[in-house]
Design a protein around this ligand. Sequence first.
Ligand SMILES: Cc1cc2nc3c(=O)[nH]c(=O)nc-3n(C[C@H](O)[C@H](O)[C@H](O)COP(=O)(O)OP(=O)(O)OC[C@H]3O[C@@H](n4cnc5c(N)ncnc54)[C@H](O)[C@@H]3O)c2cc1C
Length: 497
Amino acid sequence: MTNVLVIGAGPAGLAAARSALLQGASVTILDSSDEIGGQYWRHLPPSRPAERESLLHHGWARFVQLRAELEGDGGCRVLTNAQVWAIETADGTPGIVHVAVGEPDGVDREQLELRPDGIVLATGAYDRTLPFPGWDLPGVFTAGAAQALAKGERMSIGQRVVVAGAGPFLLPVAASLAQTGSTVLGVFEASTPARLAAGWLPKPWELVRAAKKGGELAGYISNHVRNRIPYHIGKAVIRANGNDRVESVVIASVDAHWAPIAGTEKTVEVDAVCVGHGFTPRLELAIAAGCELDANKFVLVDESQLTTVLGAYAAGEVTGIGGVDLALAEGEIAGHCAAGGSVSDPALRSAVRRRTTYRSFAARIESAHAVRTGWPSWLTDETVICRCEEVTYGELCSTAEATDNSGLRSLKLSTRVGLGICQARVCGRTAEELIARLAPPERPQDPFTTGRRPIASPMRLSELATLASTSTSAAAAGAAAAGAAPAAGADFRHHSN
Ligand SMILES: Cc1cc2nc3c(=O)[nH]c(=O)nc-3n(C[C@H](O)[C@H](O)[C@H](O)COP(=O)(O)OP(=O)(O)OC[C@H]3O[C@@H](n4cnc5c(N)ncnc54)[C@H](O)[C@@H]3O)c2cc1C
């Protein structure tokens, strides 16, 4: 029997696990969170269970059905609080997957070494917020964090809130804020009317196939009307002011490249602001497994969702930002193919059709709302770019100049940008873009990315020491380094600290 390991239990991973089971595989699905559902389907803490779990969610019934099917299937093992911290490759295939199971900062996590026949990488994305002066003040939230607090804690980030950035995600965030008690003073979308029209208006008949999205949009519009939330286009938050926390934000009109237009600034008093400019894929495991990335730094996959590494499939936001429906369709295809099926099997017809529909929807989002090149003009030399290591924009620019703009790796080592506790999850893509802009145009694209990490998540030294002193682990690592083929079937080794 084929053993499939699904990493990530968000919509893509859940769909992949179900599909692999239907294809006859034995499946392990794991997630570092304490519950399955990913960023989309969230849960209140067990000490405060929700009366209506589905509140603030879409497609909750689909989640409940997926969870019941996986948990009720003897061929499926569901692991939560399970952090994949490394993938070793052997002979160009993912060989050993290292997992720590237990409380994230616990001292006695169980260590597993998994050797599956097939892997589905469904690790999702981080939310992205472009820096601006004052964005490190308390009271400034990313859009994803505001949404996570609303869905997972039923908490609102403040009383008088501004929502800003770019993309359709701002709409559910504003809706959740209003439903959890905030007064949303406005949603400010940076893309200009011409940009939005270029993304959304062509080939309107294609949108009919994604009619479900139209229904969701209608819900958000009625929420805006009911809560009197104004929606502004071509405007951005370019500064947050305050002493100990945010007290006001400056909002300006921006041009088609998102450069602020002088003289249009307006100050709005707030006690919280939430800003989101889309998402960036969580690439560290895909890079560790040896998967190639495409030009936009997403995991490159073929029609079967197979990456460039034999036996490693990828699905969901890690292959491109397209929302929950695309993640579900890609997951279904990836799980089926990882379990030995073919993308041309009749069982996948609907999933392949849905993938086409929602990929074209994703392309519209990218065309209408993608980050433009003019935003750095709202930065000042004092604006913090890397919050963990407190690296400012001025420091990045002067170091780049002093080191002949020698690239990301050199700037990381000389300024420590992206090397702090969050390991570049917040500033990585921004740092990469700013450094690329500082390099002379004739220089080839920097091959380094901030997602390259041999250890994907924080580990205690004692955990690594225990592994190093365990002979089976050392032998396994040695075999992998020597290019030994991965053992067939699931081979689970356990180490307890
Ligand atoms: C903070 C945040 C909030 C969001 N909220 C919404 C929303 O309300 N509505 C909406 O339409 N879209 C939302 N999105 C976008 C959303 O991510 C997608 O539309 C959808 O959830 C994508 O599904 P996915 O399965 O690809 O990824 P995800 O749902 O992100 O699932 C990926 C899973 O992989 C797990 N994982 C990652 N790395 C590891 C590892 N090394 N070891 C173990 N597990 C790992 C993560 O814990 C996560 O549960 C949000 C995104 C973010 C970042």
